[in-house]
Write a protein that binds this ligand. Structure first.
Ligand code: GLY
Length: 563
């Protein structure tokens, strides 16, 4: 009997040690693609993807893995992974339920419509983008606890990898070293307390980043739950930091922050069911509008990135973004005619003035009329039971406000810039807005984040999303069309060049490697082309013929893991 018990104990230890296989924070490689059968995670950092898969192997579901990955990203990908920002989670659970969790930041109670205007009414965009006053009340931690309702494992297990990575450190990648060096002066200018990302000698690949203050904050969250962030010591450190730099987030603002469960945006396109994020993200509505505008045009026959297909998609993008600027804002505060904006007849009519082979014009296009109105990060998870989770989370700009909460070790967002600071004045992504997206206390700023799941016969087929500010919905749009209409592989759908039109400015942004012949033909149609660097970092999981294909974008350190 004794030897039997001993045997069982040894077996249990073996299984446990296998399932908690150590992640080596000093050594990892960029695995861009996996093809597996049980579960996969793809995110902006290899260590975060590994954490997610470890949680799946320990019996967690896709929500558990998404939470653990997100927390790990807050440590290993500080440019956008965060606890000082916000985001959105879209999920499809294996029993068929769709979920949307809104943890978008909120304007502090002392915010007001004209807070970024000087005495002559000019917008001071540095204040909405840099430092303390740019920060809105963070939503990420509340979002994580709202998601716990769908998780299976204890929270302590999900947060431990983030604690370990913050406390013991991890080796930074080449691009992270370059980033820290590039932002050195900004971190110094925007902070009065020591910042873990600032050293006296330049960073280089392989240096260890240890974040002890962040580890202490994450431990408070482990021990006290959401109160470990929104109340007590962390709240005190946030409010003290605010006082150092004319920020306005108060104890009450933190205590009152609530994540909200929303009803997903849901529609069909060419026989697939698509679920995405509703307001306060514009992403789901824009995606539905753009796909709706091209749905009856047989884009497959036009072929991938020919002048004709790029023109059609550009004109859909132009019209959707014109509507965004005019009609969209936080629907808890303003009236938004969502049903009209996604109505099939309305979308068909929006394309009435589309002329094959001739560039449209944003001056002539405007918003539709009817009677009534970059730096972010994305992760996807699929588990063996078929639960799928798509999360986009953000600090807004790269490293957000660049202000780290002294003693708490995390970066604050600069999400206030996603409001329309003044009608007609573009934000950092060039997006325009009006009163619908004006600042008001407690309001959520309009987002472009588009965490999306595509279902085929009611089961997850694609799980996708990307960072990239206003380019997010257009990148998700193109990735879906690449797969559904152009029958492309997951890898190509992610990595082939992307383009972007957002109504104003009236130009097509194109990645540097976009086909030169198509560019010449589009110029001949009358389009202005703006060549630029990377558009987004799309993460994609495709479930096809019993296989899970997970792909991390070639454009960054993005990595896929699975088993
Ligand atoms: N901060 C980028 C977005 O929410 O769209």
């Amino acid at each position: 009997m004794k030897s039997k018990l001993f045997f069982i104990a040894v077996l249990a230890c073996l299984i446990a040690s296998q399932s908690t296989a150590q992640i080596n924070p000093n050594k990892y490689r960029l695995q861009k693609k996996v093809v597996v059968t049980r579960g996969a995670v793809v995110s902006a950092h290899p260590l975060a993807s590994k954490v997610g898969v470890q949680i799946l192997k320990q019996g967690g579901n896709a929500v558990d893995a998404a939470i653990a990955t997100q927390l790990a990203l807050a440590v290993v990908y500080p440019g956008a992974g965060n606890i000082g920002g916000g985001g959105f989670l879209v999920g499809h659970l294996s029993k068929g339920k769709n979920i949307a969790i809104d943890f978008r930041e909120m304007a502090p109670s002392k915010a007001n419509r004209d807070m970024y205007l000087d005495s002559t009414g000019n917008a001071q965009m540095n204040l909405s983008q840099d430092g303390h006053l740019a920060a809105a009340v963070p939503g990420t931690v509340a979002g994580i606890f709202a998601s716990m309702k769908y998780a299976r494992l204890p929270f302590k297990k999900l947060i431990q990898p983030a604690i370990d990575l913050a406390e013991h450190g991890f080796a930074i990648s080449k691009s992270q070293a370059d980033d820290f060096n590039e932002f050195h002066n900004e971190f110094k200018a925007m902070n009065t307390s020591p910042v873990a990302f600032v050293k006296f000698v330049p960073w280089k690949e392989g240096d260890m980043l240890v974040q002890l203050n962040l580890a202490a904050t994450v431990k408070r969250i482990r021990d006290l739950g959401a109160k470990g962030f929104y109340e007590g010591e962390t709240a005190r450190l946030i409010v003290e930091e605010m006082q150092k730099g004319k920020g306005i987030i108060s104890y009450e603002d933190l205590k009152n922050y609530k994540a909200k469960e929303r009803t997903v945006t849901r529609f069909t396109y060419h026989g697939y069911e698509i679920i995405s994020m509703p307001l306060p993200s514009s992403g789901g509505i824009l995606l539905q509008q753009m796909l709706g505008m091209i749905a009856d045009k047989n884009i497959t026959a036009l072929k991938f990135q020919t002048p004709a297909s790029v023109q059609l998609m550009t004109e859909a993008e132009r019209r959707a973004f014109a509507d965004r600027a005019e009609f969209l804002g936080d629907a808890d505060f303003v009236k938004v005619p969502v049903k009209t904006l996604v109505n099939k007849k309305y979308l068909k009519e929006r394309m009435n003035d589309y002329v094959d082979g001739k560039a449209g014009s944003s001056r002539a296009t405007g918003a539709g009329s009817f009677k009534e109105s970059e730096e972010t990060t994305h992760l996807n998870v699929i588990d063996a039971a078929g639960n799928a989770v798509s999360v986009t989370t953000t600090l807004n700009g790269h490293f957000g406000s660049r202000t780290v909460v002294g003693g708490a070790g995390f970066l604050l967002n600069n999400e206030m810039d996603d409001f329309s600071v003044k009608p007609g004045v573009p934000n950092m992504y060039g997006a325009l807005g009006n009163e619908k997206n004006a600042i008001a206390p407690g309001k959520r700023m309009l987002s472009s984040m588009t965490p999306t799941i595509v279902l085929k016969n009611g089961k997850p087929y694609l799980v996708l999303g990307t960072p990239g500010g206003t380019t997010i919905p257009t990148s998700v749009f193109q990735t879906i069309v690449n797969i559904i209409d152009f029958n492309m592989s997951a890898e190509d759908a992610v990595n082939k060049p992307k383009f972007h039109h957002q109504w104003l400015p009236d130009v097509i942004d194109m990645e540097d490697d976009f086909d030169a012949t198509s560019i010449a033909a589009l110029k001949a149609m009358g389009y202005t082309i703006n060549k630029r660097g990377s558009i987004g970092r799309t993460e994609l999981i495709q479930i096809k013929k019993g296989k899970i294909i997970a792909v991390g974008d070639k454009r960054g350190d993005d990595a896929a893991e699975g088993y």
